[in-house]
Design a protein around this ligand. Sequence first.
Ligand code: MG
Length: 365
Amino acid sequence: MKITEVRIGRISVPLRTPFKTALRTVNSVEDVVVEIHTDTGAVGYGEAPPTGVITGDTTGAIIGAIQDHIAKNIIGRDVDEFETLCQTVQKCIVHNSSAKAAVDMALWDLYGQLYNIPVYKLMGGAKKQIVTDITISVNDPEVMVKDALNAVARGYDCLKMKVGVSPELDVARLSAVRKAVGDDIVIRIDANQAWTPKQAVKILNSMQDQGLNIELVEQPVPARDFEGLKYVTERSYVPVLADESVFSPEDAMTIMKMGAADLINIKLMKCGGLYNALKIASAAEVFGVECMIGCMLEAKIAVNTAVHLACAKNIITKVDLDGPVLCSEDPIIGGAVFNEKIITVSDEPGLGIKGLEPGRLVYID
Ligand SMILES: [Mg+2]
């Protein structure tokens, strides 16, 4: 199975409701899609969202990295030299983790198709179903209560809430939601680097003292402040999950060696795809650190790949893959079935993506 062509296109998928965090409001998913064509007719699919504020990868940068660097290095090569191909993707350009992730997943898709095995089984095959949380957008407390109750009515038992704008407002929002949904619903929070270490300890411990019963906090302090993260982890009653601090397997190792976090969040767009995500998962197994699998605002090609990883590995115990259920439509055919909180992996060879609805992929080449 020889790689003959790498095609790039764009898709736009509207969200059910605008996605609001402390930093931005988003109305639709606008992602880059990669198709890797082969001489057997098999096509591998990949996807990457532009998340300039997190990864530094814009739409133009993703397209440029794939066209000008990655594609040139893989066209003409055989999918069966898989390990070497994966290494080429990582080594042919520095940074650009989203572009690498898109191409990496398309290669895994092809490798699975070549040997007629679903990718989650290729990587471990621990389970066929996972349960995701759902993110409640940042709004006035009354609106958030309404959204939270609506999510619970749809069957979700784990809510993720973004915090970090102002401690008083955050506590007001969390208190309102906790009161409305009761104690059986899990609430996790994501501060997206908003606090100093001392602020974080004070805010988190006061939240627990007020009975908010927070399951975990994501990234309380700036990404590169590993010492600060460790400070919070040692002093906060709320378990700390490193997200923006962990882009690479090396970051994960450093954080785990330092004891700087209780948990690690794996996202394909941060680490450059499954090749590196598996290294993070393996390191976490050695350290006994449980992982969450997360996503950006992604459509189903990319999130489906994360589902394969989550279903492959028992060390991934927490799932934050609500991208597709936040979308108002699904133009992608095949892949995992998203039935509200229950996600069932596809048993088709590769990643199980069959293609896109006609006209939905706008090719740029
Ligand atoms: Mg996060």
